[in-house]
Write a protein that binds this ligand. Structure first.
Ligand code: CP
Ligand code: NVA
Length: 307
């Protein structure tokens, strides 16, 4: 039985480098067709969504099915966490039915409460704080397009949001350089950065700046929406504040060797232009596709009976 069986995956930093490596290696094998186990046979996974989702919901459902398992997907109006019943009560009830929980909750605090109350393993399918499953798929993509992570330099441009947090933790754990460029006042949470710096094995790999000229040596330019789910009332003001941080052909010209990355969905014309997201350097669909393999690998380890 693997050392990851039964564990939660709430953040990238929850796993040591070797544990992340194990998941990434299995994801590559699944994609290559050299591993085709069904460790979820006879197992049932609950998925809870308090936010909309396309990629996450479909890739988890397909992945669970391919691994031999079954799933029940519950939307905002079903369980009504914290409204019809407390997060803890819902977790303890789900424990009686299912073998694992995948949850996209509005707040990270609710997710940790859910995971603390549930004995079954819980996977974070996005919170306001982090999106670790997305970044697992992004790491698979970076390795496919650029080889070893330590030979790459990722530059994230935009809002210091949940994607930025998970990238920062990945950089610290897997020891690749990451520059996060945000407008003043929108930098990632200082506690996230401080923790990543304390985890980093080989010193400080993360640079936080507002300087858009800091693209030297970038092998990937990554952006995400300026207005995340739950921040819709700020969209107009954010459009103005973030305007110069748009990833367009002029910005990409400053990083001639970089691929373009985005977790999707994109707000075209805001954080990225059509020329870039539809252009030859864009790997956004590869990222979306890799959600399936990364999450199959993760679930095999956490929910399965070992690989
Ligand atoms: N990237 C991502 O998580 O997409 P969805 O919100 O559509 O699941
Ligand atoms: N930062 C975005 C990611 C969506 C996948 C959001 O939280 O809405």
């Amino acid at each position: 039985m693997s050392g990851l069986f039964g564990r939660d995956f709430l953040d990238v930093a929850d796993f040591e480098a070797a544990e992340l490596r194990r998941v990434l290696d299995l994801a590559h094998q699944i994609k290559a067709g050299t591993w085709s186990g069904r460790p979820l046979a006879g197992r049932h996974i609950a998925m809870l969504f308090q936010r909309p989702s396309h990629r996450t919901r479909v890739s988890f459902e397909v992945g669970i099915s391919r691994l031999g398992g079954a799933t029940t997907t519950l939307g905002e109006q079903d369980v009504q966490l914290g409204v019809r019943e407390t997060v803890g009560d819902a977790a303890r009830v789900l424990d009686r039915y299912v073998d694992g929980i995948v949850a996209r909750l509005r707040t990270h605090a609710d997710l940790t409460e859910l995971a603390d109350a549930a004995e079954k393993p819980v996977i974070n399918a996005l919170t306001d704080r982090s999106h670790p499953c997305q970044v697992l798929a992004d790491l698979v993509t970076l390795e496919e397009v650029g080889g070893p992570l330590t030979a790459q330099k990722v530059v994230y441009v935009g809002d210091g949001n949940n994607i930025a947090t998970s990238l920062i933790e990945a950089s610290a754990r897997l020891d690749f350089p990451l520059t996060v460029i945000t407008p003043a006042g929108y930098a990632p949470d200082e506690a996230v950065v401080a923790r990543a710096r304390s985890l980093s094995r080989d010193g400080d790999r993360v640079t936080i700046t507002s300087d858009l000229s800091d693209l030297d040596g970038a092998t990937a330019i990554y952006t995400d929406v300026w207005t995340s789910m739950g921040q819709e009332s700020e969209r107009q003001s954010r459009r103005k504040i973030f305007a110069e941080y748009q990833v367009n052909p002029a910005l990409m010209a400053g990083a001639p060797k970089a691929v373009f990355m985005h977790c999707l969905p994109a707000h075209r014309g805001e954080e990225v232009t059509d020329e870039v997201i539809d252009g030859p350097r864009s790997v956004v669909l590869q990222q979306a596709g890799n959600r399936l393999y990364a999450q199959m690998a993760l679930m095999s380890e956490l929910f399965g009976k070992g690989t």
